[in-house]
Design a protein. Structure first.
Length: 259
């Protein structure tokens, strides 16, 4: 488990609009990387191209390469559904299937991939995934109750368990704590710290403290103005980005002078 991502010369378009321009970035396996930057600079857009999730948006397309341990995700014959099982995604709002039980929510991704599994294998996956998402102790006595009966923070951990269940190499998180209270946020941050033992994690966040707390490296994106493309401005160790960035715009952003 856990692979590196290498992005070369990536442009992302919505129709004719160039939303993100010329990104080159190398993300090591078993690290946490934070994407930060002002609203509209293309963080979510770029994140979605790392598992071809942008392809569900009509007109969205890329130029360039995204390599997972050397294999181009955009190579001919590569199935985007397979890509998304290798590179999972957790969204801003927890999105468990509301009428489905906790157990079936964990197994949903596996069933989507048409995998047939025995009851005992399924039980094992449910337990290990919920353990991996630090949720097992809170839900082990109510696995057959609907996922919607959990708190927001628990629902987000359930979504992480669902992502882990398909045994991905990489987990992408798009502002996973923005709908959560501070206690649930800390629980997710602790979890992210543990997840990097097994997975490569990439997280988009508006919260500078969060980026500083959870990530090894930080990528700062910026935009020159409305209608202009977002660009990767600086990418370095998180401590460097926050204490000694080399670009003035990075310093202005992390010190709260804009954005
Ligand atoms: N589905 C879409 N169709 C057309 N344009 C889009 C779409 N989604 C995003 N955009 C545009 O692409 C640009 C980048 O948006 P994106 O949401 O990736 O930025 P962001 O940095 O994640 O912003 P935020 O921090 O506000 O979430 C913006 O100009 C946005 O309006």
């Amino acid at each position: 488990m856990s692979k590196r991502i290498d992005v070369a010369d990536l442009n992302v378009y919505y129709g004719n609009f160039l939303a993100v321009e010329d990104v080159n970035i190398n993300i090591d396996a078993k690290t946490v990387t934070a994407f930060i930057g002002p609203s509209g600079c293309g963080k979510s857009t770029f994140l979605r191209t790392l598992n071809r999730m942008h392809e569900v948006i009509p007109g969205a397309r890329v130029e360039g390469k995204v390599m997972l341990d050397g294999d181009n995700l955009y190579g001919s014959g590569v199935d985007p559904v397979t890509v998304r099982s290798q590179i999972g995604m957790v969204f801003q709002r927890p999105n468990p299937f509301p009428t489905m039980s906790i157990r079936d929510n964990v197994l949903a991704g596996i069933k989507l991939n048409n995998k047939r599994i025995s009851k005992s294998d399924a039980d094992g996956i449910v337990e290990s995934s919920l353990q991996g998402a630090n949720l097992w102790n809170e839900v082990k006595d109510r696995l057959d109750k609907p996922g919607s009966g959990l708190s927001g923070g628990q629902q987000q951990r359930l979504c992480i368990a669902r992502t882990i269940a398909v045994k991905p190499e990489v987990i992408l998180m798009d502002e996973p704590c923005s709908a959560l209270d501070p206690i649930s946020t800390l629980a997710i941050e602790d979890l992210i710290n543990e997840l990097k033992n097994d997975y490569t994690v990439v997280i988009v966040t508006h919260n500078m403290q969060q980026a500083a707390r959870v990530s090894d490296k930080t990528a700062f994106f910026n935009i020159a103005g409305t209608g202009k493309p977002g660009k990767l401005i600086e990418y370095a160790e998180t401590a460097t980005i926050f204490s000694n960035p080399s670009v003035k715009a990075t310093e202005d952003y992390v010190s709260g002078r804009f954005g």
